[in-house]
Design a protein around this ligand. Structure first.
Ligand SMILES: [Ca+2]
Length: 447
């Protein structure tokens, strides 16, 4: 029987906020194990949101503006022209799927910051990809306020790769009341807006479907790992000195694979893990049922978001195999590594597989928990403790994330003397402790 146990002391340390979790790591459209046309993977932009352009379900309309005169709104406010409360938007022609930033419940949709907003006083913003990926194209859903119909904001998107290169793409971001057809830019017309100071939907004076959001595709080097994207506003009609009254808002970013790439492979548990001083190594494994794959590329990192990839194992072509021994001078003893793979064929690479950890995360080993006493699932952020343990230090779960600790086999976790057993702090941190085991204080009292 699973019972939820939580020490009062722990509960008090929990932040009330929930992790946003706006964008799942799994793609919205996917056909596992088969060659697929194009897969779209919404990219998490939650860490970069600095603008509030959508009137959320419960927030004050006084806090919201897209440009200096109007704002968008959630369908929780008005269904006519409101942005969907699940955040999912599909473009009418290309069927590109976006996921807009929103709260974790539809009753709170779009409350708080909901876009990357560039203004004359904040002309550039870099978005770090939460999980670094390989794509053929990046789609950006954005719109501009201020240039006026027939004009545009000069808008730059810089793709920064883990290998060090940066590639800049420049395009015209048209006014949200500009409904002309532009090559390569698709319009999303199912929105309306509310004027500043009002709480009712603007009377639509035009019959042309404005306002609109613009969706544009940007080519990506699909042989490189994309690390971050920098958005820069560069003036009206190509004049960098004319930024007054211009507003550029990015609402969502989606990555797409090339057409005809293999389906996403499934990584499986590491074997032959050796963390000793004498030649640390492990074998990475994945399933071989992916049709159409002619080979695989492997990433190995020291963090689960792959921001610290080992140079030797950065998008490494390991050939058409289903396991690979990871070793070499870059590997340190007593260290947990994270890996994932992508299948490729002549068309390009699939989306990245699930991630596998070679042992318990650092926040667990820092408290004295060893790989023999616990297992760790990266995708669900779950640490499962299977043996009784006297901690050498407090377990400090990562801040800003949702972590689950499961106590199995009636295991007892004993707090270090004079210290808390488990601590969660920081905003948007959530901790769930469950299982049939228990936590006791360092003095032997029931936790
Ligand atoms: Ca909002």
């Amino acid at each position: 029987m699973i019972k939820k146990i939580m020490r009062k002391g722990i509960a008090a340390l929990l932040s009330a906020g929930m992790i946003l979790g706006l964008f799942p790591n799994s793609p919205l459209v996917e056909a596992q194990g088969a060659t697929v046309s194009t897969t779209y993977e919404p990219i998490d932009i939650s860490g970069s949101l600095n603008g509030n352009a959508i009137w959320g379900a419960t927030e004050s309309s006084l806090d919201v503006l897209m440009d200096d005169s109007a704002f968008l709104y959630s369908a929780a406010r008005f269904t006519d022209g409101g942005l969907p409360t699940n955040g999912e938007i599909t473009m009418p022609d290309t069927k590109v799927k976006y996921k807009l930033a929103l709260g974790d419940e539809s009753s709170k949709a779009y409350d708080g910051n909901d876009c990357i907003r560039l203004t004359s006083s904040s002309q550039s913003r870099t978005m770090d990809l939460r999980t670094i990926g390989v794509y053929q194209k990046i789609y950006v859903l954005a719109t501009a306020g201020g240039p006026g119909s027939g004009h545009y904001a000069d808008f730059k998107v810089t793709l920064n790769y883990t290998s060090g290169q940066s590639v800049e793409t420049e395009y015209k971001l048209y006014d949200w009341y500009d409904t002309r057809t532009v090559d390569g830019v698709e319009k999303y017309c199912k929105i309306r807006r509310i004027n500043k100071g009002y709480t009712t939907v603007e009377t639509q004076s035009s019959s042309n479907g404005a306002p609109v959001l613009h969706s544009a595709a940007i080519q990506v080097d699909h042989n490189r790992l994309l690390k971050s994207i920098t958005f820069t506003m560069n003036g009206k009609d190509g004049n960098p000195s004319d930024t007054s009254g211009l507003y550029c808002c990015v609402f969502a970013v989606t990555g797409a694979t090339p057409v005809g790439v293999p389906g996403r492979p499934t990584a499986t548990a590491a074997t032959d893990v050796n963390k000793s001083q004498d030649g640390p190594c492990f074998t990475a494994n994945w399933t071989g049922e992916v049709k159409g794959a002619t080979g695989y590329r492997l990433d190995v990192a020291t963090d689960k978001n792959f921001t610290e990839i080992l140079p030797e194992y950065n998008n490494k072509d390991v050939g058409n195999v289903n396991s690979y021994k990871v070793e070499g001078k870059e590997l340190e003893p007593e260290t947990t590594y994270y890996y994932r793979v992508r299948a490729y064929n002549t068309n390009g690479q699939s989306l990245s597989s699930n991630r596998i950890a070679t042992g318990v995360p650092k926040w667990a080993s820092d408290a004295g928990i060893t790989d023999k006493e616990a297992t760790y699932d990266v995708e669900t952020d779950t640490l499962t403790i299977t043996k009784s343990k006297i901690l050498t230090d407090t377990i400090n779960v990562p801040s800003g994330e949702k972590t689950t600790i499961v106590l199995e086999n009636n295991s007892t976790v004993t707090a270090p003397k004079g210290k808390t057993a488990i601590k969660a702090s920081g905003t948007n941190t959530e901790l769930v402790v469950s299982g049939d085991g228990k936590i006791v204080g360092g003095d032997g009292t029931e936790g």
